[in-house]
Design a protein around this ligand. Structure first.
Ligand code: AHR
Length: 330
């Protein structure tokens, strides 16, 4: 009798373990669509960090759009480190997500991990920033701004403003983080545009890492080392906003003693422009979420998508900022 009871108990335990084991397999598959086709889409997204107002607006756009599109989002903040992004992408590959999307903190060094995703059959979408990989088959598409154009628009505005200048116009430049596509490209576009007037000279150029703290600190150094600064070109609003503090502390009037040009057009930047502290902004839109989710659905359905989708953008003067501010979403 006792033997029979023991045998029954073992049988029950075995079936519990079996059911539990199947359920556990099912759980690990949840959100992993790479191998199953249940109509649901899971996206693994690796974000650069939270360095700027632009980035915060971009993260909000992605999270809200995923929820609206019914896409399960796995989100990771890489805190501005490439190794964290590579780790997150490898985790998403292991979890067999349906689509991986990411905004690469720097342009180089992605081939190995992108090849791992490709070998696992998981499509990759680049958003906001691109990579410099020669093999374009490693990702499906790149959705984002033309950063060279943004720099060029900023430079062309300055050329027009300073067309009557008879002597040197000294420009300082606050770059984004070293190696990032927007830092490389905005520098290039701006440099090419101002070459039209030999009076316009970049006398100092340093990374401020796209942060307010970085912008303030580097601007303080610029002001100490250079008695005559006529223009500041900051690669984003946040660095420009940080620089405002340094300029004011140095006893100069931003927007008057020093002409300030930035990129992004987030609310705080637009307010500074409306107040006459900034003079010109080239827009870079962070609202990429809806297009990204649409692309995810298409690649998951096996549809062909264009290899490059450029964001529509504009520029703002003080008057235009005053008009746009009341309805500005971010
Ligand atoms: O890649 C977009 C840039 O990154 C934005 O211009 C900047 O604000 C952000 O940090």
């Amino acid at each position: 009798m006792r033997k029979l009871r023991t045998q029954r108990a073992i049988a029950v335990l075995a079936s519990v373990l079996l059911v539990g084991g199947v359920a556990a397999c099912g759980n690990s598959d949840t959100g992993g669509g790479g191998s199953k086709d249940d109509g649901k889409i899971t996206m693994g997204f690796s974000q650069v960090g939270a360095e700027s107002g632009w980035r915060t607006a971009n993260t909000t756009s992605i999270k809200e759009s995923a929820a609206a599109a019914g896409i399960e989002l796995k989100f990771d903040d890489a805190q501005q480190k490439q190794e964290n992004q590579i780790k997150a992408i490898r985790n998403y590959i292991q979890q067999k997500v349906d689509v991986i999307a990411f905004s690469p903190v720097v342009e180089s060094g992605w081939d190995t991990v992108l090849k791992e995703a490709k070998d696992a059959g998981i499509p990759v979408i680049l958003t906001d920033r691109s990579v410099d990989s020669a093999d374009k088959s490693l990702y499906k598409t790149f959705l984002g701004s033309d950063f060279v154009k943004e720099g060029r628009l900023a430079g062309e505005w300055l050329v027009e403003q300073k067309k009557g200048a008879t002597g040197p116009v000294n420009i300082v430049e606050l770059q984004g983080n070293t190696g990032a596509a927007p830092a490389n490209d905005r520098k290039k576009g701006f440099g090419e545009a101002i070459a039209a007037n030999p009076n316009l000279k970049i006398i100092a150029s340093q990374p401020g890492d796209f942060t307010r703290a970085g912008g303030k600190q580097v601007m303080e150094q610029f002001l100490k080392a250079n008695p005559k600064i006529d223009v500041l070109f900051a690669h984003n609003d946040d660095m420009g906003l940080g620089a405002l503090e340094a300029i004011t502390a140095a006893g100069k009037v931003p927007g008057k003693d020093i002409t300030i040009i930035t990129v992004d057009a987030v609310k705080d930047g637009m307010q500074a422009l409306a107040d006459g502290k900034f003079n010109f902004i080239a827009e870079c839109s962070p609202l990429l979420g809806p297009q990204l989710m649409d692309l995810a659905k298409k690649v998951k359905a096996g549809e062909t998508v264009p290899p490059r989708i450029e964001t529509e953008e504009t520029t703002f003067t003080t008057e235009q900022a005053k008009e746009a501010l009341p309805t500005r979403k971010y």
